[in-house]
Ligand binder design. Structure first.
Ligand code: EPU
Length: 419
């Protein structure tokens, strides 16, 4: 667990790591490429290491040098799929398309991941069955098999991120035209598309969330590619700058263009954010914060993954702020942890909550409900009086690279201790 003491005089600058949610689908796409790929700016985090271990059990070989990953997927087989590892991460759903393409069948346990709610996978399954595969589900696993159809098809990704990614990968080497309507266009989806284009895929994106893929015969099997930096990590450090800096915090590789709606909400709450160079921002400590209402939504609106850190900011804002979390019915539950720290919140229903501010937070023993909620508790702990202990930190380490070290480098009093 983390032991945290009040640290509200942070100073310095911090550089964002590679994006988790771009790296995971790109690792899955490396299975489709079946070659030697060198990926730069790969974050060394729990989810990436688990995904690499899964690829290793399929016969992949990798070598990490700093944040450069050399991955060789030339010799794969699916004899040894490791069910326990697959269960650990929700992103293992991304294995479906590349494995079906090469091996024609796969059976995997339902992916779990964070504790965010129901998280159905109907868009993945109905898309794959439209492509020509058939599936059966038991309580614990899904088995899918078959062969992709030999004609043009139209699909619907429901605006969901990983279903869009699965449907893209499923069609790149299918030698016909595939039109994916209602596609997610989050930055990590775009990074996957750029990766596949670098491999030779023919993918077009229309203005109306439609992705059109003309299948190609083969992909390049030796190339380099750069993962984008993590806009969710950047949004997280913006909150840290606003609440915990002595005067300001500089954030580099901040993905400013991806955070317009989010930064707009921060500014409306009273946070000053200056752009100080190419993709760098200076976030000033907020003197007076006022209430704002937020609604999470698909890109480029306010990201659901930044809702929990933003909730901590709202505990310090005068007035009653409303959070409308449209995506996950479990993602507001962590607010009970903020209340343990003398926050004042009210969960109205699975998708709406109120935050009453301003409330001085006090240290407590709290837990991480999921990756982003865990980070929110760390921010609350740094802000709170006295000492805070945050348990279940594995969630945080799954998604934020060197989070503790980055905070310590800014002067934060946080350490890892045994539970
Ligand atoms: N949904 C459906 N049907 C589907 C798929 C999704 O109804 O077939 C609904 C789910 O009920 C849920 C919502 O869509 O309410 C989000 O779906 P899901 O949990 O499947 O999201 P995802 O595409 O797997 C990605 C990110 C999440 C991020 C969401 C939303 C990756 C690996 N994960 O998940 O990231 O919250 O999109 O933007 O890209 C995180 O990084 O902390 C995280 C949870």
């Amino acid at each position: 667990m983390y032991r945290i003491k009040t640290s509200d005089h942070l100073q310095g600058s911090v550089t964002m790591s590679g994006s988790k949610n771009a790296t995971l689908p790109i690792l899955a796409a490396c299975i489709l490429v079946r070659g030697k790929v060198v990926l730069h700016n790969v974050p060394k985090i729990g989810d990436v290491m688990t995904f690499l271990s899964i690829i290793e059990t399929l016969g992949g070989i990798y070598d990490f040098n700093g944040n450069t990953l050399a991955l060789d997927t030339s010799n794969l087989d699916i004899v040894h799929i490791n069910a326990d590892m697959i269960k650990k991460i929700r992103a293992s759903i991304l294995l479906l398309s590349p494995i079906l393409h090469w091996f024609g069948s796969i059976e995997i346990p339902f992916p779990w991941g964070c504790n965010l709610g129901k998280r159905p996978i109907d868009a993945h399954l109905s898309g794959l069955s439209r492509i020509g595969y058939t599936y059966t589900q038991s309580e614990k696993s899904i088995a899918i098999s078959g062969k992709a159809l030999d004609w043009d098809i139209e699909l619907d990704a429901g605006f969901w991120v990983t279903s869009t990614e699965n449907l893209i990968v499923a069609n790149v080497l299918r030698k016909w035209c595939s039109t994916i309507h209602l596609s997610a266009i989050e930055p990590h989806v775009m990074n996957l598309i750029d990766f596949l284009r670098a491999a030779g895929a023919n993918i077009k994106i229309r203005y109306n969330h439609t992705i059109v893929i003309e299948g190609v015969d083969s992909l390049k099997n030796e190339f380099d590619f750069e993962i984008i930096s993590d806009y969710i990590e950047s949004g997280t450090f913006m909150i840290i700058g606003a609440l915990l800096s002595e005067e300001y915090l500089d954030i580099h590789h901040a993905r400013i263009d991806d955070l317009y709606a989010y930064m707009d909400k921060m500014r409306r709450a009273g946070v000053r954010i200056d752009v100080i160079g190419e993709d760098s921002v200076r976030v000033y400590r907020a003197q007076e914060l006022c209430k704002v209402d937020i609604q999470t939504n698909i890109f480029p609106w306010f990201p659901t993954d930044l809702q929990s850190p933003f909730a901590v900011l709202l505990t310090q804002a005068e007035g009653v702020s409303k959070i409308h979390e449209i995506m996950f019915e479990g993602r507001l539950n962590f607010l009970v942890e903020l209340d343990k720290m003398r926050g004042h919140t009210a969960i109205l229903n699975p998708h709406e909550a109120l935050i009453f501010g301003k409330t001085p937070l006090r240290g407590a023993l709290v837990t991480s409900w999921d990756l982003r909620a865990g980070v929110a508790m760390v921010i609350a702990g740094l802000l709170a009086k006295w000492e805070t202990l945050v348990t279940n930190i594995e969630y945080i380490e799954r998604g934020y690279e060197n989070f503790v070290k980055k905070l310590q480098s800014l002067g934060a009093l946080i350490e890892v201790v045994k539970e």
